[in-house]
Design a protein around this ligand. Structure first.
Ligand SMILES: [Zn+2]
Ligand SMILES: [Zn+2]
Length: 360
């Protein structure tokens, strides 16, 4: 295992920059906010630590990219910032997310409220869910894994057409695996920054995808059925667990982070680190390092303390609905699906430590 450790000076410059205008912008932040962000270059910080590289297949070794410090982010002419007219993040479900309609509905509400806390200050809206057939995308059975896959690029075209007027971005989510082109095995997600659309699949985040007992294997897909979307009826959906929810929240916020022009983080352990495989994605934390946090704050304008409080509230809230309001369920009465947040508990402790620094 290797550690990517930057000097105090490098981290300080990446965060604050040497540009006098950006330094003075930094100095105008609340004292508590600066105290928290300055943890980036405290060698003994127990909040932020270096990136660890475990193998040659890890992102940082296999995809060399130029790093992006705050100043580079700030002066990037192509990055997109939400405007009062375009300040909503839309989530579009493609196919069911859970095995019953209720689970699907709850699941997407958990994701919506999570994104609302994470991108604090922006509105997150749900587009009515659509079946795979509505997208008219191509699909196939993967030769190696025998699971159904849908064409990511076709989904992006569909999302672009549906993008509402007030959308900052539209993210499609699905439990069906994706492929970007015929010669590729699979892809976790694909996005177009210029169009502000992305599609992400959580199919491989279930506990059994990589096991031989995976129930999503399709034996044959006959020629004649290439336009017959009935293969998706009752197709296997992984069970909703706390780990699946955690992985989905991480992917969604990482990918939406890119739509603001935040590139892969190479400074500290951070949600915005690139990841090449599931094990590496699991190792990546849920939180933003101070450099990426400043980028997001600059784009959205939130108060860091209020944002952390909202994230703690999300973990504490049992269900997705407005507190005190019982969710309406038309077909099954009194269904109260608790939000599986066990996997987030450790993170909650971390946020509370950050809050103590911000509020001190
Ligand atoms: Zn990424
Ligand atoms: Zn970062």
């Amino acid at each position: 295992m290797k550690t990517v450790r930057h000097s105090e000076h490098t981290l300080r410059t990446a965060l604050i920059s040497k540009n006098p205008a950006l330094v003075s912008q930094y100095e105008k932040l609340e004292a508590g906010e600066r105290r928290l962000m300055n943890e980036a270059f405290q060698p003994a910080s127990d909040l932020f630590g270096p990136i660890t590289v475990h193998s040659q297949s890890d992102w940082i070794t296999s995809h060399p990219e130029p790093p992006q410090d705050f100043e580079e982010f700030f002066s990037d002419p192509y990055r997109k910032t939400p405007s009062p007219e375009k300040c909503s993040i839309y989530i579009q479900c493609i196919g069911p997310l859970g095995n019953t309609q209720i689970i699907s509905e709850e699941y997407v509400k958990w994701l919506k409220s999570y994104c609302e806390a994470f991108f604090y200050g922006l509105t997150v809206k749900l587009l009515p869910p659509v079946p795979v057939s509505a997208t008219k995308c191509s699909f196939r059975v993967n030769e190696n894994t025998q699971n159904l896959q849908i064409h990511a690029g076709h989904i992006l075209k569909f999302l672009k057409k549906k993008k509402p007027e007030d959308a900052f971005c539209v993210v499609g989510i699905t439990m069906i695996d994706l492929y970007p082109r015929d010669s590729w095995n699979f892809v976790f997600g694909q996005a177009s920054l210029t169009d502000g659309v992305g599609i992400f699949s959580f199919a491989r985040y279930g506990s059994d995808f990589y096991s031989s007992r995976y129930k999503g294997q399709v034996k044959t897909l006959q020629e004649k059925s290439s336009h017959d979307y009935s293969v998706f009826d009752n197709y296997y959906i992984p069970e909703v667990t706390s780990v699946l929810l955690l992985r989905s929240c991480k992917t969604l916020t990482h990918e939406i982070g890119h739509t603001f022009g935040v590139r892969h983080c190479q400074w500290l352990a951070c949600l915005m680190q690139g990841s090449n495989h599931l094990e590496e994605a699991d190792r990546r934390p849920l939180y933003l390092c101070p450099i990426c946090l400043r980028k997001l704050q600059c784009a959205i304008g939130f108060n860091i303390r209020e944002r952390y409080k909202a994230l703690v509230r999300w973990i504490d809230e049992e269900s997705s609905g407005t507190p005190g309001v019982t969710p309406k369920h038309s077909r099954e009465d009194n269904v109260n699906l608790p939000k599986p947040v066990e996997a987030f508990k450790e993170w909650k402790e971390w946020i509370i430590k950050c809050l103590a620094v911000v509020q001190n």
